[in-house]
Design a protein around this ligand. Structure first.
Ligand SMILES: NC(=O)c1ccc[n+]([C@@H]2O[C@H](COP(=O)([O-])OP(=O)(O)OC[C@H]3O[C@@H](n4cnc5c(N)ncnc54)[C@H](O)[C@@H]3O)[C@@H](O)[C@H]2O)c1
Length: 247
């Protein structure tokens, strides 16, 4: 028996990196998956790949920084795939290391809109449909080690990821009586297109384990948290960081 047989999942930012690995993992373990991304073509390509493997999947073009788009994503998923069981709020962007005294409000807000507001919209609309069906479900929010420690040159990203952990705790308390679990994941640097070659080289020594993480390793943790094995887990965040924050 596959862990997610009969389950319906949404993954945002699913066309690349960690999100694509999560979509593949959930589909591979039986879930029907809405592959959502602001970039339609790679999302459609992943859906074609999943369907080739006999998995149920739809591609939904979504900019998570727009609430109407996230509302439509959730409603379309329920209409086309069925009642939502798993919401993975994964979409996120990086930022330029501009000195704080030169940083524009627009550059600040762009990161907050995608990395924090986008997670709020995902939590809100997933909770809406999960409550409407009588409760139950899991919401997994992609934070970062930068939700736990700071990073020189990434104030908006760090603030957004710290914000995700606060949002996760508060909403977990609110939704626990409805049987809806809300959790967060805090990866260190993972080998994805988000991490450029020079950044990867610079941060490598910060990982005691001696390498960056792989997207599929994060997907494995997300799958555990989304599964029935994690039924007692809510309001918590889980580091997956090769020892980065242990030192
Ligand atoms: N790679 C890392 O080292 C690392 C570490 C910790 C946390 N994270 C987090 O993991 C998540 C995924 O990162 P990744 O490394 O796989 O990056 P990635 O760039 O490979 O993938 C991110 C995906 O999100 C999509 N996206 C960007 N803006 C969007 C928007 N407004 N609406 C919808 N989709 C949008 C992109 O098109 C892309 O497909 C992010 O939240 C990131 O902050 C990454």
């Amino acid at each position: 028996m596959k862990r997610f047989e009969g389950k319906i999942a949404i993954v945002t930012g699913a066309a690349s990196g960690i999100g694509a690995a999560i979509a593949r993992r959930l589909a591979g373990e039986g879930a029907a998956v809405a592959v959502s991304d602001v970039h339609a073509d790679p999302a459609a390509a992943l859906v074609a790949e999943l369907r080739k493997g006999n998995h149920r999947a739809i591609a939904v073009e979504t900019d998570v920084s727009r609430e109407d788009a996230v509302r439509d994503l959730v409603d379309r998923t329920v209409a086309e795939l069925g009642p939502l069981d798993i919401m993975v709020n994964n979409a996120g962007i990086g930022e330029e290391p501009t000195p704080i005294d030169e940083r524009t409000a627009e550059a600040w807000h762009r990161v907050i809109r995608v990395n924090l507001d986008g997670v709020f919209y995902g939590v809100k609309h997933a909770a809406r449909v999960m409550k409407a069906r009588g409760g139950g479900g899991v919401i997994v929010n992609m934070a970062s080690i930068l939700g736990v420690v700071g990073f020189n040159g990434a104030p908006a990203y760090t603030a957004a990821k710290h914000g995700i952990l606060g949002l996760t705790k508060a909403v977990a308390l609110e939704l626990a009586p409805a049987g809806i679990r809300v959790v967060a994941v805090d990866p260190a640097f993972i080998r994805t297109p988000l991490i450029s070659g020079s950044l990867a080289e610079a941060v490598l020594p910060l990982h005691p384990i001696g390498r960056l993480g792989e997207p599929d390793e994060v997907a494995g943790l997300v799958a555990y948290l989304a599964s029935a094995e994690a039924a007692f887990v809510t309001g918590a965040s889980y580091l997956i960081d090769g020892g980065y924050t242990a030192q």
